[in-house]
Design a protein around this ligand. Structure first.
Ligand code: TTP
Ligand code: MG
Length: 361
C-alpha cells in the first residue's frame, strides 16, 4: 500500500468553545457546559481553565463546583453545536472527499489523493485550523500521520489549537516512548495488567511476540501487536454522501475589480472541474454557488437552482451578482461550487461526466 495521509481533526473543548465565542465574557475564566447542580446535572465539557482545577467531562456538576467554586456552568445549546459542526464539516469537504465523522466535533480525513496545497497534508491541516477559527470562531487541533491510530494520537498531542505531524520516518521513534495509555482500547484494567508486567510504553510492548500478546490479552493482543509498532490499516470510511463541492482561494492581493475576479476564475474553474470529475457519477447537482469574502471580511454568497453541471459562464454570472453585494469593496477570497441533492430528492437530474469541450468552454 502506498503511503497514506490521514488527518484527525478534533475541536478544542467544543461545547465550551461555542459558548465562549458567543459570550466573550466567559473567556479566561473557568467555565463548563452542563446540567445544573440543583438537578444533579453532569458536566459535558469545560474550558481549559476549568481543567486546571481537575474538572472534566462526565463529572457531577456538584463535584466540579467543589473543585472550582467559581466555575460558571452554562446550559446546553445543541442547535448551536450542531450548526458549528456542520460548518466545520463543510470545511473538511473542501480538502477531502473521504471524511469520516466520529462525533460532532471530530473526524478523520483521508487526504492521500487531495490536490489541495500541492498535496501537502501539513499545509492542509494548517489551512483547516485557520479556516475554522476565521469562519466558525473556535479552535481545532489536528494530527497528521500515515494512519488513523497515529493521527488521533497526534491531534491530542499539542491540544488546544495544536498541530502535530508524525512523518513516516519518525513513526518508529515516536512509538518507542509512547505510553500504553495512549492506545485506544487500553483502559484502566489492561493498563494495570501491563504495568504489572513492567510494560509502560509501546516500546516495552514490542518485546512480546504476537502469540504472547494473544495469550495475555486475547483477540486484542493481535491488534496490540500492530499498534505498538505504529501500524494501523483501517480505512477512513466516508459516512455520508457529501452535500456540496466547492473550491476557493484567498488572494495575496485583494481583487479590486470585477474584471480581476473574472481573470482569476479559469484557474479556480479548472480545479473545481478536476474535483467534480473525481466524484462518482451518480451525484446530483441542484445548485450553483459563488462565495466572495470582501476586504471587510464580510462573506456573501449567491446561489441559483440548476440541475446541470455548471459552465464557466454560469459562475461569471453569479460572480457579477455577488460582487454587487460588496458595494465596491475589494475581494479577498473567491469560491465557486455546487450543492448536491439528497439521493431521495426527485427534483434533480443525474450528473453527467464532463467532456473536454465543456471544461474548455
Ligand atoms: P471531546 O472532543 O471528547 O471533548 P472536548 O471537545 O470538549 O475537549 P477536547 O479539547 O479535549 O477535545 O467531546 C466533544 C464534545 O462532546 C464536548 O465538547 C461535549 C460533548 N461530550 C459530552 O457531552 N459528554 C462527554 O462525556 C464527552 C467526553 C463529551
Ligand atoms: Mg474535542
Amino acid at each position: 500500500m502506498s503511503q497514506r495521509k490521514i488527518l484527525h481533526c478534533d475541536c478544542d473543548c467544543f461545547f465550551a468553545a461555542v459558548e465562549m465565542r458567543d459570550d466573550p465574557s466567559l473567556r479566561g475564566r473557568p467555565m463548563a457546559v452542563g446540567g445544573s447542580e440543583q438537578r444533579r446535572g453532569v458536566i459535558s465539557t469545560c474550558n481549559y481553565e476549568a481543567r486546571d482545577y481537575g474538572v472534566h467531562s462526565a463529572m457531577a456538576t456538584a463535584t466540579a463546583k467543589k473543585l472550582c467554586p467559581e466555575l460558571i456552568v452554562v446550559p446546553h445549546h445543541m442547535d448551536k453545536y450542531r450548526q458549528a459542526a456542520e460548518q466545520i464539516r463543510e470545511i473538511f469537504y473542501c480538502y477531502a472527499d473521504c471524511v469520516e465523522p466520529v462525533s460532532l466535533d471530530e473526524a478523520y480525513l483521508d487526504v492521500s489523493d487531495s490536490s489541495n496545497c500541492n498535496g501537502s497534508a501539513t499545509l492542509m491541516a494548517q489551512e483547516i485550523m485557520a479556516r475554522v477559527v476565521e469562519e466558525v470562531g473556535i479552535t481545532i487541533s489536528v494530527g497528521v500521520a500515515s494512519n488513523k491510530f497515529l493521527a488521533k494520537i497526534a491531534s491530542d498531542w499539542h491540544k488546544p489549537n495544536g498541530l502535530c505531524v508524525i512523518l513516516p520516518d519518525n513513526v518508529a521513534d515516536f512509538v518507542l516512548a509512547l505510553p500504553i495509555a495512549k492506545i485506544n482500547g487500553v483502559g484502566k484494567v489492561t493498563a494495570e495488567k501491563m504495568k504489572g508486567l513492567g510494560v509502560n510504553s509501546c516500546g516495552d510492548l514490542q518485546a512480546y511476540s504476537v502469540f504472547e500478546l494473544v495469550d495475555l490479552f486475547g483477540r486484542f493482543g493481535l491488534r496490540l501487536y500492530d499498534l505498538c509498532r505504529g501500524v494501523d490499516d483501517r480505512a477512513v470510511v466516508a459516512s455520508r454522501v457529501r452535500k456540496s463541492l466547492s473550491v476557493e482561494h484567498t488572494y495575496q492581493q485583494d481583487l479590486t475589480e470585477l474584471e480581476s475576479c473574472y481573470t482569476q476564475l479559469p484557474e479556480l474553474f479548472v480545479e473545481f472541474n478536476t474535483r467534480l470529475k473525481n466524484l462518482v457519477d451518480t451525484r446530483l447537482i441542484i445548485k450553483h454557488v459563488v462565495k466572495l469574502k470582501f476586504s471587510s471580511f464580510q462573506v456573501r454568497t449567491v446561489e441559483t437552482t440548476h440541475n446541470s453541471v455548471p459552465r464557466i459562464a454560469d459562475f461569471r454570472q453569479l460572480i457579477l451578482q455577488c460582487f454587487v453585494k460588496g458595494n465596491g469593496l475589494p475581494v479577498r477570497l473567491m469560491g465557486i461550487g455546487v450543492r448536491f441533492a439528497d439521493v431521495n430528492d426527485n427534483q434533480c437530474s443525474q450528473l453527467p461526466l464532463f467532456s473536454a469541450e465543456e471544461i474548455a468552454g
